[in-house]
Write a new protein. Structure first.
Length: 211
């Protein structure tokens, strides 16, 4: 029986790809790059820190400088503060969270999103009330797949790791669970079917069947 579920945000609870693309293209257009397409250009980065996205795109275009890197990284995050409100909950997300609460299962968030964005989006989507703790990239030295966020969460929610389930959708989430020595449920997508996990679900509400 799982006592704690730890959720990723982007791509797992949230459908944020359109908002991310809009913010990225607004910002990178300022130096003549893009427009980028999600499937062909960006999906390869999903689950990795945005700093990696920015550096790779700039280097591929021969426009990497420390100044461009900082401007594109900071600029995209700032643009995302506005476009992120266009994000929506993934199908079944609210039903899953409500079902877990009725079962008495505690919930937390581990996201490589920055703290300021999580504080905007979670209340906007009406799901902040479900979580014991939200641990973002801003709250730790190293984001996923390092274990810092799990350590942060377990300091607050005292449960044994064998009773913890991570819910995510990327290789970063899988590696995070492995490094943290907890099990993972993977929300399957066309780009992650080859990833190994303890559980695979096509819809979030399927998780209620085995917790």
């Amino acid at each position: 029986m799982f006592e704690l579920l730890v959720f990723d945000l982007d791509g797992t609870l949230l459908n944020s790809s359109a908002a991310i693309m809009k913010a990225l293209n607004i910002t990178f257009a300022k130096i003549g790059l893009g427009p980028y397409d999600w499937d062909n250009d960006i999906v390869r980065f999903f689950g990795k820190p945005f700093e990696y996205w920015a550096e790779t795109l700039l280097r591929e275009e021969g426009k990497y400088t420390e100044e461009n890197f900082k401007n594109m990284t900071d600029g995209t995050w700032k643009a995302y503060e506005k476009t992120g409100n266009e994000s929506e909950l993934n199908k079944g997300a609210k039903e899953l969270l409500e079902g877990l609460r009725k079962k008495g299962i505690k919930m937390a968030v581990a996201t490589n999103m920055k703290s300021g964005h999580a504080k905007i989006f979670l209340p906007h989507l009406g799901i902040d009330k479900y979580f014991e703790i939200v641990c973002t990239a801003s709250d730790v030295k190293n984001g996923k797949p390092y274990t810092d966020q799990m350590d942060c969460i377990l300091e607050k929610v005292r449960v044994d790791k064998e009773n913890v389930l991570m819910v995510g959708d990327t290789v970063s989430d899988v590696e995070f669970a492995e490094n943290s020595k907890v099990k993972i449920a993977l929300l399957t997508t066309p780009w992650n079917n080859d990833l190994k996990s303890d559980y695979k679900v096509k819809e979030l509400t399927e998780i209620l069947d085995f917790v």
